[in-house]
Design a protein around this ligand. Structure first.
Ligand SMILES: [Zn+2]
Length: 714
């Protein structure tokens, strides 16, 4: 996961301002004592004063930051000189630095160090931030200036990066209705307001059903479950006032292990039904009608802009470009995925028969029997693997890879020289291995703690830009490993090690950036996960395995047989994984291509799946009535396909390495990778960048091979 959430939150879908350099002093606004507003001082071009931040300062700082930025924007909009690239686009790129700095602290306080006090401030600021965004996106004078610069650039193109930043800026405003006449603009704003209410209702309904359908077990119903799972289920039950019972909550983290291990078939069915009926219970929390309204409003809104459907509007600035390309990819993979499901079901049925279970595989049996097949076929003991995966060694391994591919060197900074927000956070200086040139700082916050959000993510405090002089990069990685006793190694699972590499890939994407303007740092939804997914591949290279995957007690490298088992198991259950994912991604797209007049969501989902030939043994990963990616906001609406889109690039690019003389450490391929696929970020059209790297477009064959699917013949 990548977290540009804070900067992105400030400007919503408008523009990503993220540069930080010396701020222009605004004469009539003397700086306050508020530490969050102040310029960063100290070494390395100035670093955030994490040691001094305080929740009490946040509200004032955000409000002041917004006020300063709106002043800057007004000054640009009301400039008496004719609009030019410099006085409009560059000025906009330069604006908002104070608020940017504030949001670095805000990000830490919301993701790494949250507290009830902070959440109160957050709730209070949310509507103000939304109003702030509208003030920029609906600033008519500002847009007219952008448009003038844009139109001039269409006749007399600027240099490549200048041209791209003009086009991206103009496009963002245009896509959000800046070009509409007054009457349509009014309707556009009304629709957005209605939608935001519906999105909130949708999420609250799902939340309601997640909180209110708990399955309580008695002591004699715990068959198959692990001690850790039972303990946590007991704790949840007693917190809910059911002392002596065991609670299976209606969330994925509870449902998934329960369905994988519980021997109680009837209970599995109940837990399964609760989970996949969220938002679909025919009561006041049912989402079907809300979804229909959302689809109608989205269609009406893009209609104002002249688009046939929401998907066409949404995908125009994505790598896929249009819904047809996205559908084409999904439908090419779909038959192989569903065919694999048939094989998986047959394997599972055989195991069930051997066990004398006398059942036919139903959706609530899939995970349970798949686990039995996994044990039998791959004989992989995840605990044994863990003994070779030490956090410190994995960190060294990532530095090694960064050295080989990016020519970077990581050196720990002197303790205390760079402020951190918690004693567990460590900081390294990143330099070029040969020239010693300073590139930036890497902050690592590895351990779980109260107030820290779950999962793993990467973010930046400062990005590399050159338009006001070269800035260095302050990037961070954040995980939730369990903190060990002093002197003990942190042992992690293979999945967690993969995620650790994944997030480091995002950080390297930040460090490698070579762009002039902040807007060109922005991510493209179906492209930004590619770089991080690709970096995962170095974890299983021989050089990493032999040097860094060593036993925490004996120091011996991981045995070859064990590595072989891990690699073999990689394609296990891909029928299930790919089909449940694709079913959701296809329905997401089909719903937004359909005519929403009188649409019956339940019926639409059922018929569309029938038409696709959805296997009856498994459901969509996210059924429509609780598909939060798509209906609790617009983040992933007609964008859920993007994970697979990025994965096609990942598989294809990793084959470029496999085919090279020195494999994953081939210097020529590495150089191309950094030059074309990491350094430009969004300064270049991603499809064109990929062609420069590979000499052709990515093909899906590599993805099919990675998932163990037969490769389609042309
Ligand atoms: Zn990611």
């Amino acid at each position: 996961m990548i977290s540009k959430a804070f900067k992105a939150t400030v400007l919503g879908s408008i523009i990503l301002f993220s540069s930080c350099k010396d701020e222009q002093k605004i004469e009539d606004q003397p700086m306050t004592e508020n530490i969050l507003l102040q310029e960063w001082t100290g070494p390395y071009q100035g670093v955030p004063a994490f040691g001094k931040m305080n929740v009490a300062d946040v509200k004032e700082a955000v409000e002041k930051g917004m006020e300063l930025q709106l002043k800057e924007i007004d000054a640009i909009a009301n400039n008496n000189e004719a609009p030019t690239f410099e006085n409009t686009i560059v000025a906009m790129e330069s604006a908002g630095k104070t608020l940017d700095r504030v949001f670095t602290y805000y990000g830490i306080l919301s993701s790494n160090m949250s507290s009830p006090e902070f959440r109160e401030v957050q709730a209070e600021l949310a509507p103000k931030l939304s109003e702030f965004r509208s003030k920029i996106s609906q600033n008519e004078k500002l847009f007219q200036r952008i448009k003038t610069v844009y139109e001039a650039s269409q006749k007399n193109p600027l240099e490549a990066q200048e041209q791209r930043v003009v086009e991206l800026t103009y496009k963002q405003f245009e896509m959000n209705g800046a070009n509409l006449d007054a009457e349509k603009k009014k309707r556009y704003a009304e629709i957005n307001k209605e939608l935001s209410t519906l999105y909130t209702k949708f999420s609250n309904n799902v939340l309601h059903d997640e909180e209110n359908y708990v399955t309580y077990l008695t002591k004699d119903q715990l068959g198959g479950l692990s001690d850790g799972f039972i303990k946590s289920a007991a704790k949840i039950a007693s917190d809910k006032g059911k002392e002596g019972m065991y609670a299976i909550t209606n969330t994925r983290s509870s449902m998934d292990p329960f369905l994988t291990y519980s021997t109680e078939r009837e209970l599995r069915k109940q837990v399964w039904e609760n989970y996949y009926s969220r938002g679909d219970n025919g009561d006041e929390y049912d989402n079907n009608q809300i979804i229909a309204e959302i689809l109608k409003l989205r269609k009406e809104r893009v209609g104002l802009l002249g688009y046939d459907n929401y998907a066409a509007w949404r995908l125009q600035d994505r790598m896929a470009k249009n819904p047809e390309n996205a559908m084409d990819l999904m439908l090419k993979v779909w038959p192989a995925a569903t065919a694999r499901v048939k094989e998986e079901v047959a394997d599972m049925q055989a195991v069930a028969n051997e066990l004398g279970d006398n059942i036919t595989i139903e959706p609530w049996d899939y995970r349970y029997y798949a686990e039995k097949v996994r044990k039998k076929k791959y004989d992989l003991d995840s605990d044994e693997v863990k003994q070779y995966l030490q956090l410190d060694k994995l960190t060294e391994a990532m530095f090694f890879v960064a050295g080989e591919i990016f020519n970077y060197k990581f050196t720990p900074v002197e303790e205390g020289s760079v402020p951190v927000f918690h004693e567990d956070v460590k900081v390294w200086e990143v330099t070029d291995k040969d020239s010693g040139k300073h590139i930036g700082l890497w902050y690592l916050d590895p351990y779980a703690r109260e107030g820290k959000r779950s999962g793993a993510w990467a973010t930046t405090y400062r990005s590399s830009t050159t338009f006001e002089g070269q800035t260095n990069v302050l990037a961070s990685n954040n995980s939730n490993f369990v903190k060990p006793a002093p002197g003990e190694a942190v042992l992690v699972s293979w999945d967690d090690a993969t995620t650790f590499f994944h997030e480091f890939g995002h950080a390297l994407h930040f460090f490698a950036a070579d762009v002039k303007y902040p807007t060109l740092q922005g991510g493209v939804r179906d492209y930004t996960e590619f770089q991080s997914q690709l970096l995962e591949r170095w974890l299983s290279t021989d050089k990493v395995i032999n040097q860094f995957l060593v036993h925490h007690e004996t120091g011996k490298p991981i045995p070859a047989e064990l590595v072989e088992k891990i690699k073999n198991a990689a394609t296990f259950n891909q029928g299930f994984g790919t089909t449940e994912y694709l079913a959701s991604a296809l329905i997401d797209m089909k719903l937004h291509l359909a005519d929403p007049t009188n649409i019956d969501i339940d019926k639409f989902e059922r018929e569309a799946l029938d038409e696709l030939g959805m296997p009856k043994e498994l459901p969509m990963r996210h059924r429509t009535p609780h598909f939060g990616h798509v209906f609790s906001g617009e983040g992933y609406a007609t964008a859920y396909y993007g994970y697979m889109w990025a994965d096609v690039l990942t598989s294809d690019a990793s084959e470029a390495f496999k085919e090279a003389p020195d494999g994953f450490y081939d210097k020529d391929v590495a150089k191309k990778l950094v030059t074309y696929l990491f350094a430009p970020r969004n300064a270049m059209d991603p499809a064109e960048a990929y062609r420069l790297f590979r000499g052709r477009d990515a093909k899906i064959e590599a993805l099919m091979r990675d998932r163990g699917f037969p490769v389609p013949k042309n």
